[in-house]
Design a protein around this ligand. Structure first.
Ligand SMILES: Nc1ncnc2c1ncn2[C@@H]1O[C@H](COP(=O)(O)OP(=O)(O)OP(=O)(O)O)[C@@H](O)[C@H]1O
Length: 278
């Protein structure tokens, strides 16, 4: 996906400088620098405990930084009601109220959100085969994920933030959900950040990657730039910038190099991060 000049002129969706977060004595994020332009679908990957949920909660203003600064859509996260309305959040495990019906959820959404798009919500749920009279607790995992996504999308946010949105889904439901997610983001003309443990999910939907490891940003950038600047090699050329075994960073491919996949790039940085703490 090529970003349009209009989107490039907008303030960055995320801008972090030396961002840090501690929970008591436990350090979750350290010195994170990030700049994500508007219009991107960002994949946030990293092992358990890397700080993904913490970063997403900071972005939504649910928690406050311990150090450094963070701006989201050009302002402090959740700085006022207008800013809150611009960000749609789907927390881990697609939380919904199991005792309420789908229609109850839509009524709540309409009541709480000034820019609520009722036709969009109804159409999206009809496409997913989710009946409005059904109790949310009786929905399948895939339907529940679609309901949670629909509730966030119908706010018509400028930024959608999703924490492991497909985490509980089987492989087929996952692929269907991710296709739907990509469609929703395009329809909204929004930016999005989603965390995932699965690099295949990120490859399927994202055009920007952030790899977190040990609470630090290991690498971040547009997917096409990362793929253009990382290469697989059998023998490391002299003076090469080696990220991890078999993967080097260079503006142009060294002789005999092969293309690296996004998975190669992300794994190389994660491997390096693990090595750094041993
Ligand atoms: N509310 C909290 N209180 C104390 N420590 C916390 C809290 N939330 C997260 N942490 C710690 O902060 C670190 C980062 O956690 P976080 O949940 O952000 O990681 P994650 O990458 O989302 O992990 P996972 O993939 O397992 O969901 C971990 O060491 C975790 O134990």
């Amino acid at each position: 996906m090529t970003p349009t000049p209009v989107l490039e002129a907008q303030p960055p969706v995320l801008e972090a400088q030396r961002l840090g977060k501690r929970y008591g004595r436990r350090v979750a994020l350290v010195d994170c620098d990030l700049r994500v332009p508007a219009g991107r679908i960002v994949g946030l990957v990293g092992p358990n405990g890397a700080g993904k949920s913490t970063l997403l909660q900071l972005v939504c203003g649910l928690i406050a930084p311990s150090s450094g600064s963070l701006r989201v859509l050009g302002a402090r996260p959740a700085s006022d009601a207008r800013h809150l309305a611009k960000v749609g959040f789907v927390a881990q495990d697609a939380p919904v109220y199991s005792g309420l019906t789908v229609a109850d959820h839509l009524r709540l959404g309409a009541h709480l959100n000034p820019r609520w798009d009722a036709p969009l919500a109804q159409r999206r749920l009809a496409e997913a085969g989710v009946a409005s009279g059904q109790k949310a607790g009786r929905l399948s995992g895939g339907q529940r994920a679609r309901l949670a996504l629909t509730l966030a999308a119908a706010k018509r946010p400028e930024l959608l933030v999703l924490d492991e949105p497909a985490g509980a889904l089987d492989p087929l439901a996952r692929v269907e959900f991710l296709a739907n997610l990509r469609e929703s983001i395009t329809e909204l003309g929004a930016s999005a950040v989603l965390s995932s443990h699965l690099l295949s999910d990120v490859e399927r939907v994202c055009d920007h990657l952030i790899v977190l490891g040990n609470g630090r940003v290991q690498v971040a950038g547009d997917v096409r730039d990362l793929l253009a600047s990382h290469h697989r090699v059998d023998a490391v050329p002299p003076g090469a910038d080696v990220i991890a075994a078999g993967v080097v960073r260079a503006a142009s491919p060294p002789p005999g190099a092969r293309s690296a996949s996004l998975e190669d790039v992300a794994l190389a940085y994660l491997t390096r991060a693990v090595g750094a703490v041993r």
